[in-house]
Design a protein around this ligand. Structure first.
Ligand code: IPE
Ligand code: IPE
Ligand code: MG
Length: 231
């Protein structure tokens, strides 16, 4: 594969777990389990390709409106995910970060998340930045309120610097699986100039080859950031 233009920061809206399961005559939770397993596969491949930061949309601030049974199952899966992958992440010197309002999660899950974030903080091979109870609008409001409290000016730069995951910068590429062509409140501010890639492939089926295809599409894009292309 042509690897000359590997995006440094990739965001993924991991959508389609529920439909993947229903297509197989299974409950939605079956799809969420398959989707969680796929996170491990895709992160491994992404860092192998040279991607430095992966921002993964795991649970949106709007996903609380789903049936309680599904929300509970997703929270349980997150607990297992953080515990199970921590060893592997540590071994590979990857860093875990969480963006979103984690204060409303169960005390147990908060503890598990904090441990994962704290123990991997100094790792520098790659960053897995997980959007959990994340909303792009809420993030902008959070940044603005922080500036107001600190009596700082509301500027484009200051807002950027106060977003949840400011230190990881802006995604070069945002991928959405599952066929919907929308952002669903994902990285609205920092995605202003991200390249967007939409695929019908449902998240549990999004394998290494599919990621290669997305990167390949990205490498053919011409990013202008409002300027005129240099020839
Ligand atoms: C994405 O898959 C996972 C979460 C939003 C938590 P969905 O659960 O949205 O799956 P579909 O879109 O209904 O197929
Ligand atoms: C976006 O998917 C959120 C995540 C992938 C975590 P949704 O399934 O919640 O988005 P909508 O409802 O189709 O916009
Ligand atoms: Mg969905």
């Amino acid at each position: 594969m042509e690897t000359s233009k590997i995006p440094s920061h990739v965001g993924i809206i991991m959508d389609g777990n529920g439909r993947w399961a229903l297509l197989r005559g299974e409950k939605r939770s079956y799809g969420h389990r398959a989707g969680t397993a796929n996170v491990e596969k895709i992160t491994e491949h992404a860092f192998k390709l040279g991607i430095k930061t992966l921002s993964l949309y795991a649970f949106s601030s709007e996903n609380w409106a789903r049936p309680k049974e599904e929300v509970d199952e997703l929270m349980r899966l997150l607990e297992t995910y953080f515990k199970k992958f921590l060893k592997k992440v540590e071994k590979e010197k990857l860093r875990i970060n969480v963006m979103g309002d984690t204060s409303v999660l169960s005390a147990k899950l908060q503890k598990i998340i904090n441990k994962a974030v704290e123990t991997t903080r100094a790792n520098d091979v790659g960053v897995i930045n997980i959007g959990l109870n994340y909303g792009g609008r809420q993030e902008i409001v959070y940044a603005v309120n922080k500036l107001l409290k600190e009596n700082k000016e509301i500027t484009v730069e200051n807002i950027s610097e106060n977003l949840y995951s400011a230190e990881f910068g802006e995604p070069d590429l945002i991928i959405r699986t599952g066929g919907e062509i929308r952002l669903s409140n994902f990285m609205l501010y920092q995605g202003a100039y991200s390249e967007l890639y939409f695929t019908d492939v449902l998240w549990p089926d999004f394998d290494e080859k599919e990621l290669d295809k997305a990167i390949d599409a990205f490498s053919k894009r011409h990013r202008r950031f409002g300027k005129v292309e240099e020839s």
